[in-house]
Ligand binder design. Structure first.
Ligand code: PGA
Length: 294
């Protein structure tokens, strides 16, 4: 099914998306280039990505991964990504071997290598089997002072090493209440477009996450979400309509099994970045099933 979207008239590029399916070790898979995808999703195959944040232990991770890979809906399968803390990446990557579930990190250093104590480079993430990395999550922006420019450099560092950045953008409650949502989201997106160029979005994902809806249980309405997603797509389209038509824009912020269907039904919502609900196998799998049945 080709999904309609706010830029439907510009959809139809030959953009190629990563393929799900058993593909050898996580390291092997990290070396692979984005590939053609099933036509059933049109050009934007949905993604459900789990951001585990600072949760998990080795045994909890093993149980969660075991449940996910044994029950991951085979067909039609949305793309499924899990993003554990750095320290567990390699082990989770091993657990994912021979499954279609992909590995992502939650952050990356903007610099390539050197004397940056505590940091982890894009090369290292590739080396342990990551294909994706979240950049600019609001918790990084808020608690660790990451500026739009630093996030753009992280995006560039990831992209340069063949990782797919998942660029998070989103306004705080005060921004929304002051009517500044578009201004904030545009500023965050433009920092990346200016440093990296619109072409880099051909191998990246955007996630809209209103800060006031993250981990709060407070939901953005499907209409609020669609409005910002369409704005983001339109802003990309102003630079390159083909890339805009192919860019997957995920929604994040208290997505759970009970509200996934209405959010993912929106024409410009191409999946979810899931925090709390990604730690519960039943919830995460239910969201995957919703994404697969869109
Ligand atoms: P949440 O987190 O689903 O717990 O709101 C989403 C996120 O921060 O990516």
């Amino acid at each position: 099914m080709i999904r309609p979207s706010s830029t439907d008239k510009i959809a139809g590029s030959d953009f190629r998306l990563p393929k799900a399916g058993p593909q050898g070790s996580a390291q092997d898979r990290a070396e692979q280039q984005p590939q053609a995808t099933s036509v059933q999703y049109g050009i934007r195959r949905p993604i459900v990505a789990g951001n585990w944040k600072m949760h998990g232990t080795r045994s909890e991770n093993a149980r969660l991964i075991d449940e996910i890979i044994s029950r991951y809906p085979a067909d039609p399968a949305p793309e499924c990504i899990v993003c554990p803390p750095y320290v567990y990446l390699q082990e989770v990557g091993r657990l994912l071997r021979d499954s279609a579930v992909l590995l992502g990190a939650q952050d990356v250093c903007a610099d390539a290598q050197g004397a940056f104590t505590g940091e982890v480079s894009a090369t290292m993430l590739k080396d342990v089997g990551c294909q994706y990395v979240i950049v600019g999550h609001s918790e990084r922006r808020l608690h660790y002072g990451e500026s739009d420019q630093l996030v753009a450099r992280k995006f560039a560092a990831a992209h340069a090493k063949g990782l797919m950045p998942i660029l998070c953008v989103g306004e705080q409650l005060a921004d929304r209440e002051a009517g500044r949502t578009r201004e904030v989201v545009a500023r965050q997106l433009d920092a990346v477009l200016e440093l990296c160029g619109v072409q880099t979005l051909a191998s990246a994902v955007v996630a809209y996450e209103p800060v006031w809806a993250i981990g709060t249980g407070r939901n953005a309405s499907p209409e609020q979400v669609q409005e910002v997603h369409a704005f983001i797509r339109g802003r990309i389209a102003a630079q390159d309509a083909t890339i805009a038509g192919a860019t997957r824009i995920l929604y994040g912020g208290s997505v759970k099994a009970s509200n996934a269907a209405e959010l993912l039904a929106m024409p410009d919502v191409d999946g979810g970045l899931i925090g709390g609900a990604s730690l519960k196998a039943d919830e995460f799998l239910a969201i995957l099933a919703v994404a697969g049945s869109r």
